[in-house]
Design a protein around this ligand. Structure first.
Ligand SMILES: Nc1ncnc2c1ncn2[C@@H]1O[C@H](COP(=O)(O)OP(=O)(O)OP(=O)(O)O)[C@@H](O)[C@H]1O
Length: 301
């Protein structure tokens, strides 16, 4: 479990994270979402003890990460897949990490196989694609078999097969009872991966809830109707409690289902030419809920 309590991080006059509190529980994949510059990487760095908080506290399983002597056995993290020594082989890189964390050499082969790099273990990392580097970073995070895992934008650079693989991996790690925390600025990446969300904007908390609850809060249904008698139908729909926007060639209706609208049209002898239901996507809900929280609007802070 990761607990972030009243976390604030300032860099000079810039507030990157502002009084942020949330909990990431084991057994779930939790997505950490926010527009560019929202403060996700900063938060992950503070959780890992790479940056000191200006105020507030962060604990991993009840204690600050810095005081965990078990290192990779306790938290596995991938912050920047590009930050690896390109001259080494994948095997040598993982072996060095294993050695400095008291992890047996056998584990290196196991994690390379787990991330699909068994055949590339002897190759220089410098020749790896970004997707392969992401896999290597995930292998490093898994090395100590830790109960808590954190990944910063892990899907960046992965091909569709890689994306499917990584989603399955994260879900199975969570199903084993681990805490899995993933950051992304794209809701589409989280939609099929995470079951919980922590959403931030301009360093502040916007939502911390199950993905379904977030979706239900943001997504809405709208029904478009084409009819040669828009005024008659609009009056009947409004009288039935719907909100109706009149466009030149259709009515956009909220608050009633297509079935209810069809029945009302029938009862009022209104001819219909089209009746179509549109559901806002989760991505649109995310854009709507985070609107106004993008970093470029934060100039005066
Ligand atoms: N070392 C630093 N010095 C000064 N400002 C910083 C530093 N690190 C981050 N910031 C600023 O803090 C804010 C939050 O940055 P952060 O990288 O945490 O956001 P993010 O949500 O991870 O964004 P992205 O999705 O673009 O990676 C940004 O405005 C960034 O410019």
């Amino acid at each position: 479990m990761i607990e972030v309590i009243g976390l604030t991080k300032r860099y000079g006059g810039k507030t990157a994270v502002d009084d942020l509190s949330f909990t990431v529980r084991p057994g779930h994949v939790t997505g950490f979402l926010g527009p560019n510059g929202a403060g996700k990487t900063t938060t992950l760095r503070v959780i890992l003890g790479l940056d000191a908080p200006t105020a507030g506290a962060v604990t991993v399983d009840g204690v600050p990460f810095r005081t965990h002597r078990r290192g990779l056995h306790h938290v596995g993290a991938l912050l920047d897949a590009q930050q690896v020594h390109g001259g080494r082989s994948a095997q040598a890189h993982l072996a060095a990490l294993a050695r400095s964390n008291g992890i047996g050499r056998r584990r290196v082969g196991e994690v390379l196989a787990e991330v699909g790099l068994a055949d590339a273990g002897h190759r220089r990392i410098g020749g790896f694609s970004l997707g392969m580097k992401q896999r290597l970073g995930i292998a490093a995070a898994l090395l100590g078999d830790p109960p808590v895992l954190m990944f910063d934008e892990p899907i960046n650079g992965m091909d569709p097969e890689g994306v499917r693989w990584v989603r399955h991996l994260f879900r199975s790690l969570a199903a084993q009872g681990r805490t899995v925390f993933l950051s992304s600025h794209l809701m589409t990446e989280m939609e099929h991966t995470a079951d919980h969300l922590v959403v931030i904007g301009q360093g502040r908390l916007i939502a911390a809830e199950p993905l379904r609850a977030f979706a239900d809060r943001g997504t809405r249904q709208r029904v478009t109707v084409r009819t040669p008698q828009p005024a008659v139908l609009a009056a009947a729909l409004t009288a039935a409690g719907a909100s109706v926007d009149t466009a030149p060639d259709h009515l956009a209706v909220r608050g009633l289902s297509a079935e209810q609208i069809g029945a009302l049209a029938f009862a009022n002898a209104v001819e219909l030419h089209e009746l179509a239901t549109h559901t806002t996507s989760l991505e649109e809900a995310f854009m709507e809920i985070t609107a106004g929280h993008a970093d470029h609007l934060a100039g005066s802070r």
